[in-house]
Write a protein of this length. Structure first.
Lengths: 1016, 216
């Protein structure tokens, strides 16, 4: 590897770089040097690196074209190690830091000697638009194989394969006015709003704020324009009501002035964020801005001209040439030919000459251009060729000459003999396109402005644009527009703007530009050398012409067919030219053809910034009960129930071997049926209901009756939606005449509370009743099994006599010295006490139960055992045995429906519809597999006749299925059409592997059908 | 344990003076995630104020205002999303919704207070619910407390938008909590017990760059 430290294209002075600070970097394995203040692109140009990439489709060598976000070619892969890999970074936007390592994203095995270029060269003619679709899509199954190899040769960057060492986050911001872009208009606007006292955020995507002022030839108050920018920024930085966000791209404009700003905080310092006080800072941050008003001062992108071989390295935008010279002290070549349609681009030639290098000629498409800068060029003795354009670039890895010819703009043809000018750089300018991307994100369609030959943004309410972003390219006028638009925005907020005096700009005579997009060639477009429109996606003028010939008339279809404006580029350089070409081919005007829709993101955003802190163990909230630590320490396996972590089962470790789930659940089940088990039921939703109308309210939201529930009693309730379908269930207890405690399913707690509030607030506001969640206040411990009473009796003062504290009663007292409410309700069918204590005491009570429970065989159990035990009793789980299409009657729970209540209730009307009264609805039944060793699959389809030709009529499906240690057999709950009338009949369950299981329809209550065990 | 049976609603003192170990909602979090001691570098300090009395008041503003004035000596906050408090700041009432307020008092006062309020409210339609076991209060202070909140909640915490005395129910990371600013320098977060570990881990993670310290 050769070491080069010379920077042949670096000027001795000038620019905003710090020549005293040298930074070493590596590009494609070569070591180079640049300076602090460089971008990777300016440093590469300073070192004379021409080829930075290979093109996406044709694999042609490509060089740097632009100096900012619009750069289509110089996409690099950053990172010295695997974890630090960052794909698709535009070298023009990457600040240079010492030790930076980059390589081209494209080009295999390397950019200088590329395998795919052979395909591109030989096959160029044979790779029309839609080539990949047409060639590789059939058979569809093979695309994955093709793609792997196409990607390797032609793909964009790649993601790291190791974990990212950096962290990312979000910051929520609010302001009166968000100003996007800190160029002349943006600075003037921000200054106006800031001095008026508004809360202002000023965001700018570049390393340094100031935009075009940083490389302008024009003087403000007879001083370099950058000086004024520095002064304004200093003032803004000192104001409390202003937040300055450099290196921050407004990547998306969402609804209601919600704008996301992607701030790159440390990417200019190194490939991972540096450690500060032992803490690694945030690499990039997404500012989520809710703005009162938004002002777009996003400036304009220069349009390149579309001529033959305009992609050969050495073809640059005119403005980029000026930027590299004036801002970075780099002249990207020796001999320049400038091709332009406007006055403004002349500054590239003036800057070039002043940098001491040769301008071969300025080629102006206008017949008789007039203006101060034209005069200045003439005064420097530069040759100006009018009525002409560069029609073709010569050279392969670098421009060697420009072919220049007279052209007829209206007839779109070359009218004179071409002249060949030797040169190494061609700068071109076809005018300036306002950066309308963000305005476009709002859904507003931009409008064509013939005067500036560009689309200007349409603006939704609350959005303003100023300066170049709306086609006001003149410096003085643009700054004045910034002030005016800021005042307009403030007025919309009901604030008044304080006057701001702007610096003096010398008036500059400037002639009108002409409309030139694609430059004609001697040969017709389809036979001429490639004229590139979208360099990143390798879309040519010929490709667009072909697309229109193949019948694509809508610009949106042309875009999709040719891939113009795709990818990270989003049509920054090419879109307008592409539309102009489509318009020419279709015989329409540009506004008739219209523009495609720009979508977020404006430039790529790292996934880290999108995810922020919402990753790893903070990806989603984990809700814990007061007993969680005990569960963890006692080896529980957890199950997610909503956001709750619930113990699933408690495997024991015996002789260093962990019990299987099957064995653990069987052991837990037996403990409950034979001795006593304990479940943490704290996650059940609990709603405190108070008010004189509480009882009636319950009667209206539950299907069953509540008039007669006495204080001290509990009742099971079933809740339907207004369609008559079961939506929740639970036990509600009467605490006092006007006071109830409702329990809901774990997953349904929040939804049920909202449901109650909804009906109360919108339908029955006349009922005096309130609902308050007390889910987190109470911890609930369920002890269940034949020994439950003996255990509880040891640590409570409550009279547990079976005749005074009956099944479905609740009592207050102390348990383990802690005030407790104990409910005798059962989800297992066994003798059960649900002990509720204030959650802060829960751990003490739980541990005390274990201290006393050993002699009774107290066994902790989880949700799986709970499921088995309740299914043995035929108790449903809403959401498992029901799916929103099941009525109480389908569940065989007619006993829980009170049609004769004195008022209507939710679901009543729906339950009298003919459809809900059908007798062949799917009804809940038990299934007993003929082979007791079989545990049917949950979700398995049930048929009546397994010999029926496929497709077989489906008769239902299994909703719950387990092995029962009590029955020593598999068993299941299922819904079967008309099942309640088919007891004893056989059904069949054909499985995917060809087996067919047989099962008998039985009652869903498998254990203790008379319910005697819970009543003991 | 006093256990008066009010005819219409049943109050219940869920606290005991007995010497029984209690665990705040963050007890496990401290153990698992640690609690870095505040240092001179800490630009945010977190302190839990556990075991306070939390009561939810529901009902009409006028009757409730009269009752709390009579019992506590200060009234309901006059405007939505604001706080009122006793002179010493130890007792506060926060507006939560048009008929809902959160009353926070020193731990142990809540049961007796509930009874007094019920007596003062007489026959009015209202509800008082003790939720003391279900939530805890976290204080944040330090120069970066506000920025830490900006990382966590879309609510506008700028002093202009969130003056002293304001309190809101706010989205916080992927959950929600009650956020209030009782003094110039102190923010309070009222967390639901089951979400408190998540919120605590979030605050430690987001506060790491400010060398967040936990006062215990």
């Amino acid at each position: 590897m050769s070491k080069s430290v010379t920077q042949p294209n670096r000027l001795k002075e000038g620019g905003r770089i710090d020549r005293s600070r040298k930074l070493g970097f590596t590009f494609n394995g070569q070591h180079y040097q640049g300076h602090a203040g460089d971008t990777l692109a300016s440093a590469l140009l300073a070192n004379g690196v021409d080829i930075v990439n290979r093109s996406f489709k044709y694999s042609r060598p490509r060089g740097i074209v632009a100096a900012g976000a619009e750069e289509p070619n110089a996409l690099v892969q950053l990172g010295s190690n695997e974890a630090a890999q960052v794909p698709n970074v535009r070298a023009t936007q990457q600040a240079l830091f010492d030790g930076l390592v980059a390589r081209s994203t494209n080009g295999w095995p390397n950019v200088q000697r590329d395998v795919m270029s052979l395909v591109g060269k030989l096959g160029g003619r044979f790779m029309p638009p839609g080539f990949y679709y047409k060639t590789f899509m059939a058979p569809a199954s093979m695309w994955m194989t093709y793609e792997k190899y196409i990607r390797k040769g032609a793909g964009l960057g790649r993601s790291p394969m190791e974990a990212d060492p950096d962290s990312y986050d979000h910051l929520n911001q609010h302001c009166d006015l968000l100003v996007i872009g800190a160029g002349p208009a943006g600075l003037a606007a921000a200054l106006t709003a800031a001095r008026s006292g508004a809360r202002v955020i000023l965001a700018d995507e570049q390393e340094e704020m100031g935009g075009s002022l940083l490389d302008s030839r024009e003087l403000l108050d007879q001083q370099p324009a950058a000086k004024w920018a520095e002064r304004v920024l200093e003032e803004l930085a000192g104001l409390d009501n202003v937040m300055l966000l450099p290196r921050t791209t407004a990547n998306g404009y969402h609804d209601h002035h919600f704008v996301t700003l992607h701030e790159r905080r440390t990417e200019h310092l190194g490939e991972t964020a540096p450690l500060v006080d032992g803490h690694r800072g945030v690499r990039s941050r997404m500012h989520r801005v809710r703005a009162g008003q938004v002002l777009l001062a996003t400036g304009a992108h220069e349009r390149p001209l579309v001529y033959a071989n305009n992609d050969v390295p050495g073809n640059l935008l005119a403005g980029a040439v000026s930027t590299y010279i004036r801002r970075y002290g780099v002249v990207p070549g020796n001999k320049l030919v400038l091709s332009t349609s406007n006055d403004h681009a002349y500054r590239a030639a003036l800057d070039w000459v002043e940098a001491g290098r040769e301008v071969v000629a300025i080629v102006d498409a206008r017949a008789n251009p007039q203006g101060d800068w034209i005069d200045a060029a003439k005064a420097k003795g530069i040759r100006i060729i009018t009525g002409s354009a560069v029609i073709e670039a010569k050279g392969e890895k670098r421009v060697s000459a420009a072919r220049v010819a007279k052209i007829d703009l209206d007839a779109f043809k070359v009218t004179g003999q071409a002249e060949t000018l030797a040169c190494d750089t061609i700068a071109s300018s076809g005018g300036y396109s306002p950066v309308i991307h963000l305005a476009s994100h709002t859904g507003a369609r931009p409008t064509w402005n013939e005067e500036i030959l560009g689309f200007v943004p349409s603006l939704v309410k609350g959005v303003h644009a100023a300066g170049s972003a709306r086609g006001i390219h003149d410096l003085a006028a643009g700054m004045a527009d910034g002030v005016a638009m800021a005042a307009q925005a403030l007025e919309a907020l009901g604030q008044s703007a304080r006057a701001v005096e702007l610096p003096q700009v010398d008036a500059r005579r400037e002639g009108p530009a002409c409309a030139l997009y694609q430059v004609p060639h001697e040969k017709p477009t389809l036979r001429a050398p490639k004229q590139f429109v979208d360099l990143q996606n390798d879309v040519t003028a010929g490709g667009i012409e072909l697309a229109t010939r193949e019948g694509f008339e809508s610009i949106e279809h042309v875009k999709r067919y040719t891939a113009m404006g795709f990818g990270t580029d989003q049509g920054k350089l090419g879109n307008i030219n592409g539309m102009a070409i489509a318009a020419r081919c279709l015989g329409k005007t540009i506004p008739e053809v219209g523009t495609t829709v720009f979508r977020p993101n404006y430039t790529p955003v790292t996934f880290g910034a999108i995810a922020g802190r919402h990753c790893r163990d903070l990806f989603d909230p984990e809700r814990y009960t007061a007993l969680h630590q005990w569960h963890v320490e006692n080896g529980a396996e957890f199950e997610d129930v909503g956001q709750w972590k619930r113990p699933w089962y408690f495997p024991k470790v015996v002789n260093g071997k962990k019990e299987t789930m099957f064995d653990a659940v069987a052991r837990e089940c037996r403990a409950v049926r034979e001795k006593v088990g304990i479940l943490d039921a704290s996650t059940l939703g609990k709603i405190d209901i108070q008010g004189p109308d509480a009882r009636e309210f319950l009667g209206r939201v539950y299907t069953n009756k509540w008039e007669k529930l006495a204080v001290g009693k509990c009742r099971y309730g079933l809740m339907c939606k207004d369609d008559g379908m079961v939506t929740d269930d639970g036990v509600t207890s009467c605490l006092a005449d006007n006071h109830f405690l409702m329990t809901t399913t774990t997953g349904g707690a929040a939804a049920v509370l909202e449901w109650l509030e909804l009906w109360h607030q919108t339908e029955w506001p006349e009922l005096n009743v309130t609902f308050t969640s007390v889910t987190d206040h109470w911890a609930t411990m369920t002890i269940t099994g034949p020994e439950a009473r003996n255990l509880l009796a040891e640590i409570t003062d409550i009279d547990l006599d079976r005749d005074t504290f009956k099944f479905m009663d609740w009592r207050e007292g102390k348990v383990a010295g802690v005030p407790a409410r104990v409910f005798r309700i059962s989800f297992t069918g066994e003798l059960t006490y649900e002990i509720n204590v204030q959650a802060n005491y829960a751990m003490h009570v739980w541990k005390t139960l274990f201290e006393h429970g050993e002699k009774y065989g107290l066994t902790p159990y989880g949700t799986e055992t709970m499921h088995v035990l309740r299914a043995e009793k035929g108790f449903i789980i809403v959401g498992q045995d029901t799916d929103g299409s099941v009525t109480p009657e389908d569940l065989g729970m007619q006993w829980c429906v009170g049609y004769d209540k004195p008022y209507s209730w939710i679901g009543k009307r729906a339950l009298t519809r003919s459809d809900t009264r059908r007798t062949d609805r799917k009804q809940l039944v038990g299934l007993k597999p003929k082979d007791p060793k079989v545990v049917l699959e949950e979700g398995a389809q049930i048929v009546f006749d397994p010999k029926h030709a496929i497709p077989m009529p489906m008769a239902g499906h299994v909703t719950s299925s387990y092995y029962s240690p009590t029955l020593d057999s598999g068993f299941a709950l299922a819904v079967v059409k008309g099942g309640q009338q088919k007891m004893g009949e056989t059904v069949y369950l054909p499985m995917a592997d060809g087996q067919v299981h047989e099962a008998e329809i039985v009652s869903p209550i498998f254990v203790d059908p008379k319910g005697e065990r819970q009543n003991v | 344990m006093s256990n008066p049976v009010v005819a219409k609603a049943r109050t219940f003192d869920t606290r005991t003076e007995a010497n029984i170990p209690v665990e705040s909602p963050l007890a496990y979090s401290y153990q698992r995630s640690g609690a870095p001691a505040p240092s001179a570098k800490s630009r945010v300090v977190l302190r839990e104020r556990a075991m306070l009395g939390h009561l939810i008041l529901r009902g009409g503003a006028i009757v409730l205002d009269e009752a709390v004035r009579a019992v506590l000596g200060f009234g309901l906050p006059a405007r939505p999303n604001t706080l009122s408090h006793s002179e010493d700041g130890a007792r506060s009432i926060q507006w939560l919704s048009p008929d809902e307020w959160l009353l926070i008092v020193p731990g142990g006062e809540e049961f007796e207070l509930e009874g007094e309020l019920r007596n003062a409210l007489g026959d009015a339609h209202y509800a008082i619910v003790n939720v003391s076991g279900g939530q805890t209060l976290i204080e944040l202070s330090g120069e970066k407390a506000r920025e830490l909140l900006m990382k966590s909640t879309p609510s506008d915490v700028h002093p202009e938008a969130f003056p002293v005395g304001k309190g809101v129910t706010a989205v916080f990371a992927k959950t929600n909590l009650i956020l209030r600013r009782p003094t110039e320098t102190r923010w309070e977060l009222v967390l639901r017990r089951s979400f408190s570990d998540y919120c605590y881990r979030w605050l430690l993670d987001a506060g790491a760059e400010y060398a967040i310290g936990v006062e215990r």
